[in-house]
Ligand binder design. Sequence first.
Ligand code: RAM
Length: 921
Amino acid sequence: MNVLKHYFPLSLLLIAALCLGCAKESQVDKPFDLEVSEGFKNPIGFYDAKPTFSWKLPVEDEVKRQSAYQIVAASSPDLLPEEADLWNSDKQSGSQSAWVDYNGSALSSRQKVYWQVRYWDQAESASAWSEVNSFELGLLENADWNAKWVGLPTAEEKLMGSKNTLIHRPQYLRKSFETDTDIASARLYITAKGVFDVWINGKNVSDDVMPPGWTPYDTRIETITYEVTELISQGQNTIGVELAEGWHSGRIGYSRPQWSDKVSPKILCQLEITHKDGTKETIVSDQSWKGTTNGPIRISEIYDGETYDANFELPNWTKNDFDDQQWQAVNTEDLDPKVKLEPKRHYTVKSHQTLATKGIMPSETGTIFDLAQNMVGVPLIKAPVKKGDTLTIRFSEMLSPDGGFYTDNYRSALSTDYYIASEEGLIDWSPKFTFHGFRYVELSGYDASKEPDADWVSGLVQYSGFEGNGTFSSSHDKLNQLQSNIVWGLRGNFFDVPTDCPQRDERLGWTGDAQVFGPTSLFNADVYSFWANWLQSVREEQFDNGGIPFVVPDIVNNQMVSSGWGDACTIIPWKLYFYTGDKRILEENYEMMKKWLVYHESTSEGYISHMNSFADWLQPFPKNGETKGDTSHDLIGTAFFAYSAKLTAQAAEVLGKTEDHKKYQELYKKVSQAFDSKFFDENGQLKEVASTQTSYLLALAFDLLPASKKQKSEQFLIQEIEAADNHLGTGFLGTPLLSEVLGNIGMEDLMYQLLFNETYPSWFYSINQGATTIWERWNSYSKEEGFNPQQMNSLNHYAYGAVGQWMYERIAGISPMEAGYKKIKIAPYPQAPLSSAEASLDTPYGKVTSSWEINGNEFHLTTTIPPNTSAEVHIPAQYTTEVLEHGKSLNDNANISMVKSGQGFLLLVQPGTYTFSGKAK
Ligand code: RAM
């Protein structure tokens, strides 16, 4: 006691001193949500040897801003943080917490890197170190591969399918091998010219759907890495791969190159085992593999569907003791140095959701199962069959008014699966190497003695692996349905590449559709890596003259280009930069953007474009009756020429390329001037070309008119809309600009009217006809007249869903003021018929929310601003009486400062959550 007593004051002092020390070191919570490059968390088989690092600061009252950071990277977690052998950034001052370039030792294939980060807050308090994260590189070079392409020469069978296209029968490939010593780790590197599913010792290696996905295969094939340590055992092992034609060798698009054995599907596979004693062993695909086409998947085609014959099942073929004596030796092919093998740089397609049948009805030939939602993926069939039965599974997006099973809009895609039963009982089956776009499934050929049951059919919803990152909802059911339709359009058309539609004989990476919907997709899902990958494909497909094909991957191969479509190559990089803040996307694509301007120039005279164009595709009420609408093609081409020049100038500025910035800014001005004098008179009215909403929208959205004419032109736009009885009159290119332009010119009320219109053409029109996705046409179907007679009538086409951006940005009111949401604008637009709306969005700095409600004459707004950002909050002019935050005067809150109190309040706020209220005057 005495001793303690004696030392008490001293020990107290010591503890206090220690605490102060640690307080300085780790007073604030550690950063979280660590990611590398375009949002990857602890990836393996990673593509990027020069990654960027991002992290988030904790949401706490004390943490407002980062004043400095430090990143450490090492070859082993034990070396962190003190002995980081790969990189120590040291303390770097500044608030950058996203997309920080790795600047350490060069990294190579297979290397695993561990890293962590800490930050100092606005008061210079250091956080604790974050958790240790890691990334492991895949095989980055062709030289890393010892394997050969292997497969059976399926082209030789000369099996012909629809449209006289060669069908490659699915193959089953296998290899057994011995491994003697204890296994420390094992990685399977694998890809295919075709699509595959891989098994080791009877276990399915992954739940990926149709890997490796679709790239310009002549230039680049993506490779996949699987962690398979647990699947390999000491002694004998077997790898089995199912392989089908997929996009590489199957019927896709309009024309294919001449068929030859070169296109017979093949796999490339390299299993690398590290033993506990440090030795390494590699098992590769080579001439020792064997294969057969006598397996149960008889045919599998993307457009036409899959046929599975259970009589051909090969029990245990992926296990050791299977007898493959009757199987054939495979053909081998060397790697082609012109075709780069690169780790996949975005997430594979997977089944993300299962939809249950909501209704059953008889059809002429069988039973129809209604999933109550137009979706993309495959059915899961658990139906009773008798031996020898052929179960026929057909699909439809919508039934005719008389209940008929509508399949005309699949055009030549047969979109039918078959299951041939080998025994009586309940099957549990899904097709593997095809996908369908459908809401209804028709089954026929099942055991007729059984009463159809909802459990027989469900839908596996498949799309590229990304998470939702935004939510939007409101007090209005139809607006919520529209949001749902937009999200389902996204799910349905992000199937490894961005597609126009998921169901007919098309499903192609149409560039125009992509640029139109791109921004809205970023509000709803974490699709940055998806787009970054597709842009790599766009770069790979750019023609030597700078032209951009209108579908990527380019299966058309006719050097055709379209204005408004090719401009995806400037618009998407810019939008990705603006919504993420990652400059690298501009760096990667800058040369492509410049080359595209060269192409624009080459198709112009005196800066007036004569580029071919799909124009304002599917504009309603076209006077000429054409799908291309009434807007002048030269006007469209010239407007996009100017816009692409403007975006390239902006990109040059961000990248610090001063000369280029000037040059392209100059080009933008010249093209705008030419545009103005060619198409507009001195009153700001269109001359010599058809007067359309889209013409005015392009001029105003891309800022192509002199200030003196703008206001006048705005009036002409409004007149055009009024002449259409206050309805939209826009196709693919004009529609996304409506909300942007009307918003910019203070005509949000009019935009509300267009958005809430119930009659044709409008968004709600399709909802009134029963749409559960966005349609290709404003009038794809009506209850009175049934389906649009055109076969080009997709009921799952995301383009018109582009209005979703405005729903987040203006109705709920969340938009970036600076790239990547470093500065945020919260500017909701409350307006009848809405009484409330809310959105949330995951930004590079954390979650932003905005939620408003009108209650009598009171306006309430709750908003959350993440740390390391700031925000401008706009309180609408009509509610600026008695504005309070949390019931207190704004002056009482040090985190709020008034910037302007004229037309509505403009407040600058620091990170935190705020609840504002205001009364109507
Ligand atoms: C259609 C596609 C796509 C559109 C082109 C012009 O076939 O579905 O949506 O961009 O045509």
